[in-house]
Ligand binder design. Sequence first.
Ligand SMILES: O=P(O)(O)O[C@@H]1C[C@H](O)[C@@H](CO)O1
Ligand SMILES: O=c1cc[nH]c(=O)[nH]1
Length: 313
Amino acid sequence: MDQDILYHLTLGSGSHDLVEMFGDVKFVCFGGTPKRMEQFAHTIMAEIGHKLPCGTTLQDICQFSYRYAMYKVGPVLSISHGMGIPSVGILLHEVIKLMYHAKVRDPVFFRIGTCGGIGYEGGTVVISEEAVDGALRNVLELTVLGKTIQRPAKLDRRLVRELKGLADPEEPYDIVTGKTMCTYDFYEGQGRLDGAFCDFTEADKMEYLERVHKHGVVNIEMESLAFAALTHHAGIKAAVVCVTLLDRLKGDQVLSPKEVLDEWQQRPTKLICRYIKRYLQLKGRISLDGHGSIAVMSPRRFKLVQQESETYD
Ligand SMILES: O=P(O)(O)O[C@@H]1C[C@H](O)[C@@H](CO)O1
Ligand SMILES: O=c1cc[nH]c(=O)[nH]1
């Protein structure tokens, strides 16, 4: 192609200097809502001590797409993906191409989301080991040219361990790992009885939730299957970290007050911020207090940091 128009991002390889705009990106963080991803951008900016040019503020790079919101904070992109597999799938196609046009090597993708827990109370952070569909298959099924194809929905196991290793024992909530079930619907697809239709019984629902739980499923959401499958297909390291909003073994409705839900949504953010900050510190791109540059590190500390950073390649 002469030029590639990334239609849903309002960016293009002909109209924008994508290397100049995005060439320094290392981490791409995704989450459902524009507000969460704007807040994430502000949080990571404070955490890594990133300074915007004098007199400027954070801008939504895709504001005229009216589809997705995108913020850039130094090496971190923060993008909203909307709800469900089709929405995150379209976005992933365009962001993967964006990384290619910008000549970004080895980016790491994170989904920071919300979910229903299975056997875990609200506020628990879940790091996905792999994604499965509603029938417990570890593949994303797509119809391409009228044929059904399957793509493995694999996530990076080492990244899961690294993230789990960053859990702070002082925090008043658990950080667990397990299989994540990804469905095409919030209501019937997740075995809820509080949708507009319910053609099954409470006993049917409990039998299903207990069966998937026995199979290792610890949470349910709506994007991980596409996220895992498309990043794996592209050879991109990725992780999915979600907070539970309720325990589905105890009910269907999200009953916690808004302020509580808002605080819970900060939890996956904190873990991802810790990972990014640590990576940048180990690579010598920020000093250990989160501010300044490698110039403020002593040569001995810089050497130690460089050695440790090899584990983060
Ligand atoms: O990242 P979010 O909070 O959007 O993830 C889950 C899955 C669906 O998109 C949505 C349903 O409420 O929340
Ligand atoms: O139960 C839930 C809660 C959040 N998101 C989901 O997809 N399901």
